[in-house]
Design a protein around this ligand. Sequence first.
Ligand code: AN0
Ligand code: CP
Length: 316
Amino acid sequence: MKKFTCVEDIGNLQVAIDEALEIKRDRFRFQNIGKNKTLLMIFFNSSLRTRLSTQKAAMNLGMNTIVLDVNHGAWKLETERGVVMDGDKPEHLLEAIPVMGCYCDIIGIRSFAQFESKENDYSEKILNQFLLYSGRPVFSMEAATRHPLQSFADLITIEEYKKTTRPKVVLSWAPHPRALPQAVPNSFAEWINATGYELVITHPEGYELDPTFVGNAHIEYDRKKAFTGADFVYAKNWAAYMDPNYGQVLSKDHAWTVDTATMALTNNAYFMHCLPVRRNMIVTDDVIESPQSIVIPEAANREISAQTVLKRLLTD
Ligand code: AN0
Ligand code: CP
């Protein structure tokens, strides 16, 4: 594997999940393959899980890690070519990227959608420049349109908890005070579609996702119908995708908060969320604290998905 930015990069999903579960059984078995190799993790946006789990995964493989918070202590970066750089940005990404590539063997990059231009976000401008100019294998730690390490961890978690071979998985929009990217729901849909599980997506009208990611999933505007019989409930907020409302918050309707009444409609479903989650906006205290909530094992599997990806980037 030369890069990891989307589901295609992982190849056969079942093989990848089996490999991940093997790593989980003995995560120190491959502790020498990263010896004298350096991982550089570059964050344009905040993180708790991705930062810690990916660093831990690298350590399990014997790698050294460097973490760079671009917004704290590095030079402000210009990203557009052709700009007369007489403003507040002393360095251009086109020098910074190959320079960063000089100091490491693998690069992880977090760069969220900026909601200034749908075209810029959906063309993955920043991630693609790293792929083109760093000279190193690059993996996404959540880019503008996808969060593949999260989706891979989500699939490992579903594999561990599912009680039927083809569970009903419901991806539900939920309210949030600020605009959030579509990366997590896009990616979740993309990865679930690659499994053949039943995927139902439910959201208020106006929150339709990019059809490329929705694929053959069933969109159900009737929230109660969507949740009925669900085996897994995956809650997430996202801002509008469709024009002319790209990046906007169209609703904060608390009727979409996942509560015990919602969960009562399901087939005793497990509750999932990528975290961080705003309690009593996305999900009630009762649901997230219930035995059906698997948000912590889901987060724990971030170490496993990252380690599987790093192992492949180091060895393939
Ligand atoms: C981010 C998002 O929704 O994409 C990261 C989630 C993993 N969440 C926030 O910014 C709160
Ligand atoms: N789920 C996730 O990626 O969390 P962080 O934003 O804290 O890394």
